[in-house]
Design a binder for this molecule. Structure first.
Ligand code: PEP
Length: 203
């Protein structure tokens, strides 16, 4: 089954209004493969979601970096999935290893429809050390086997498994060439012009 290449930009806890405007301008002016070839999703901090939504080109989508597990109510400081939907935000990053290691979040993911799975070796996140294409391919194949065994063969063949961990303009092409690498989750480089080169590795 053909899986559309997916490139996510995780801006983490970075930026000011001016920085956000600069990144969005850079993205809006970029020439990248069409939506048939690559799905691009950027994930600003919560406070900048409305601004990015207002300014970003319509062929790029937006993700929140987390959301509350229940409906709204007396949960000070939390943002519910309903609120994100209401704002027109179709994606959310859940279970990032920074949240699991720093904030004690669990590994649970129970619903597979519309999930993009990111393999991110913790030693590669923000370190400049990237998995080799062969390492990424091996783990992605292993994840697909796990999905086939514990979820279903349909989910295993249709779920996009993306690689994250120090992806940049120099290493993205070789990684993207691996048959089970369906895209990237990009941290640091998603704040820079090289994010456009990473998107282009889809074609
Ligand atoms: C990430 O935070 O998901 C990530 C992969 O970061 P970086 O690209 O900076 O390693």
């Amino acid at each position: 089954m053909a899986r559309k290449f997916f490139v996510g930009g995780n801006w983490k806890c970075n930026g000011t209004i001016d920085d956000v405007k600069k990144i969005v301008t850079m993205l809006n002016e970029s020439e990248v493969p069409s939506e048939d070839i690559v799905e691009v999703v950027v994930s600003p901090p919560f406070v900048f979601l409305p601004l990015v939504k207002a300014l970003l080109r319509s062929d790029f989508a937006i993700a929140a970096q987390n959301c509350w597990v229940r409906r709204g109510g007396a949960f000070t400081g939390e943002i519910s999935a309903e609120m994100l939907v209401n704002l027109g935000i179709p994606w959310v990053i859940l279970g990032h290893s920074e949240r699991r290691s720093l904030l004690g979040e669990s590994n649970d993911i129970t619903h597979w429809t519309n999930i993009v799975l990111a393999y991110e070796p913790v030693w590669a996140i923000g370190t400049g050390k990237v998995a080799t294409p062969a390492q990424a391919q091996e783990v992605h194949v292993g994840l697909r086997k796990w999905l086939s065994e514990y979820v279903s063969s349909e989910v295993a063949s249709s779920t996009r498994i993306i690689y994250g961990g120090s992806v940049n303009a120099a290493n993205c092409k070789e990684l993207a060439a691996q048959p089970d690498v369906d895209g990237f989750l990009v941290g640091g480089a998603s704040l820079k012009p090289e994010f456009v080169d990473i998107i282009k590795s889809a074609a």
